[in-house]
Design a protein around this ligand. Sequence first.
Ligand code: ATP
Ligand code: MG
Length: 575
Amino acid sequence: MKMSKMYMPTLKEDPSEAEISSHRLLLRAGMIRRLVSGVYSYLPLGYRVVRKVEQIVREEMDRSGSQELLMSAIQPKELWEASGRWDNFGPEMWKLKDRNSREFCLGPTHEEYFTNLIKDEIKSYKQLPLNLYQIQTKYRDEKRPRFGLMRGREFIMKDAYSFDTDHENMVKAYENMWDAYDRIFTRLKLKYKVVQGDTGAMGGKVSHEFMAMSEAGEGLVAYCDHCDYAATDEKAKVIYEISEQSTEELSKEKVYTPNLKTIDELVDFFKIDKSNFAKAVVYDVNGKGIVVIIPGDRELNETKLCNYLGIADHEIQMADEELILNITKANKGFTGPIGLAEDARLIVDSRITKMKNLVVGGNETDYHIKNVNYGRDFEGEVVEDLLLVREGDICPKCGEKMEMARGIEVGNIFQLGTKYSESLKAKFLDEDGKEQPFVMGSYGIGITRTVAAIIEQYHDENGIIWPLNTAPYHVIVTVINTKNEDQMNLAEKLYEELISTGLEVLLDDRNERAGVKFNDRDLIGIPIRITVGKKAPEEIVEYSLRTSPEDRKEVGSSSIVKLIDEEFKKAGLNY
Ligand code: ATP
Ligand code: MG
């Protein structure tokens, strides 16, 4: 492609809306443009990268035995009512009506649709296993669309669904997908971890997330360097040593604590350690007050709470002052476990039952109570683990200390079981002629999010540094002075020669200053660079790589193809 003709609207300045590198660089490099919040167009350079990522995903999915098809983005309400997700999916679902007021959604995912597709056509165990996938645009009206392609409201996903006769075969399908994902993310050159995930609204019990490690990631991972345990912060089991507790239960005492509301203020006042406070977190679940008591030095894990309550995350919110007043008869900041209104639900993290002589809110404005003990002074629904993991917690697998890191969830795999086949009545006849529901798995990869993840891992202060196999073009030939005939002739000759070998080549023949062209080529991150300048009459050009721009060498133009071949060989790639 000749850049004089190319639609590549690069920006000189950093766009103010962009908070992370991938978002900033995709906009600056003229690869994407925003239409409205969370909705983007993929411009020519950006779309080439999207297609390359898709192609790697496609090749490995095909190799795994999955078959590609393409379903509609529009799905009728009835399908989702059958699974119970029309309401449960919550406000993330884009809903719409046709001219006859029939209701539809724009698919946020396709479990129901795939199950429905095969249910009338796959009748016998002999037709199983089956694994189908598509690469398609998904719609989710995210609460906080942000970070460019990282969290869009319209985005491209690869989604696959497996159908098996029983649990054991489904686990095989799951492991097969896991292997395919390993091959995909390895080929994409991502540094990633596979971590246990929460299954949430998806159903099923086992899931894993593929996390591209990056400080810009919205996901937090707890992992152990001593064994292979790794889990998302939502999922990670929390084990830690509770500081030594006194054996004696002291007598309960009401203490006047005017205006002391935060744990830090209380620590100053009582002169005891944070861990001896019991923190009350008050939620509103469909109008009902729920008080959760956890150790004062820990944070509550909302996902674990939702799983315990059996609700989706959009059904829970922090209680407002009015609800707090109703159930505690006190202002916010003085909630505790003793003397709550009858209709409030009291939930207690199991660690609280092992701690002694706690300070709790008094359920009376300006009062706390000290020396409170579980069992003697209050009781509630005890849940083993409602806490958010943090660095230094004990690994549930090997007992060593865990670390925390940030990551971008680029893919995940779910063992769904029979949730969808049962609710949609999708059954086959087994070997004994008995009807059985399909045992299913589902497997997603965020294609456009993966593009952003690659940039997060491969960039510097000047721009993107594309790996060779996802770069929009392999090679860029820059002409220093386009008015110079020798330079233009040699550049055109090289350009034609490289294209004819099958390489993807850009020719920067724009009538711009050399500095502008150099900046742009750094910004758009083309891996192999050739500069045609003053030594064109001798057929000498400059050769360099985006990964090490300072290593420039002068070479005869006839040796360029060989140098490029070596680069591909080093990367284990063909062109
Ligand atoms: P998240 O926790 O980030 O919201 P999710 O668990 O909702 O992700 P899935 O429903 O499993 O995601 O979707 C499969 C994949 O699609 C994810 O692993 C992710 O890579 C991608 N994805 C999900 N939501 C978005 C989004 N809003 N924008 C871009 N990609 C997304
Ligand atoms: Mg989501």
